[in-house]
Design a protein around this ligand. Structure first.
Ligand code: ATP
Length: 201
């Protein structure tokens, strides 16, 4: 089976940009954010469990999950938020494992923004951190999302720190430079991972 690499980094660090550069080289991406949507898609067991628990006020007119309504329902309700996470996290984990096993490229990337926060190191063989100084992370996120500084700072405060993330890293990409510089680092890591994949069973 494919060697599994976990790609992580803080908000606006460049995970999607880096993931695209690996995908261009034929590497399969398994995206935790997409999977988190799949496990509560219309018709899923996940959505049924949520509606059983919270009622159909959390459904939109189309029958899908109304995320804003669900967010309001768990806002300031730590017990309810815990319930929701303990439903969703195992579903996401199981599906990530399934996708990783099915991957056909020599190695595959599991893109997991909250890998360190949720302690998901055991899902992967190596952790790759996209690293950026916090001031630049803030600057890029604000210019991409047009969000105010206080909101982005609040999100960053709720994520692992740069140091915590680096402590969990086997490999690191420095995204403080330009896109050409990023591509050079991805190419080097790609060659390294192909070599590792060659001796992986
Ligand atoms: P999120 O966690 O919010 O999903 P992310 O980690 O996936 O973010 P990206 O969306 O890839 O981050 O990058 C954040 C922003 O920074 C984007 O607008 C992207 O185009 C830009 N960006 C990424 N890398 C660089 C770079 N080396 N130089 C300048 N801008 C960059």
């Amino acid at each position: 089976s494919a060697l599994l690499i976990g790609l992580t980094g803080g908000i606006g660090s460049g995970k999607s940009t880096v993931a695209d550069l690996f995908a261009k080289r034929g590497i399969e991406l398994i995206d935790a954010d997409l999977i988190a949507r799949e496990v509560v898609a219309p018709g899923s067991d996940g959505l049924k469990a949520i509606v059983d628990h919270f009622g159909d006020q959390v459904l939109s007119d189309g029958g899908g999950l109304d995320r804003a309504a669900l967010r309001r329902r768990v806002f300031n309700q730590p017990e309810e938020l815990r319930w929701l996470n303990s439903l969703i996290h195992p579903l996401v984990r199981a599906r990530m494992i399934e996708r990783g096993r099915a991957a056909t490229s020599p190695y595959a990337l599991l893109v997991i923004p909250l890998l360190v926060e949720n302690g998901l190191q055991s899902l992967v063989e190596r952790v790759l951190v996209v690293d950026l100084p916090e001031e630049e992370q803030l600057r890029r996120t604000m210019s991409r999302d047009h969000n105010d500084q206080a909101l982005v700072e609040k999100i960053m405060a709720n994520q692992a720190s740069r140091a915590q993330r680096l402590a969990a890293a086997d490999d690191r990409i420095d995204n403080g430079g330009n896109l050409a510089d990023l591509n050079t680092q991805v190419e080097q890591l790609h060659q390294h991972y192909l070599t590792l994949a060659g001796s992986h069973e």
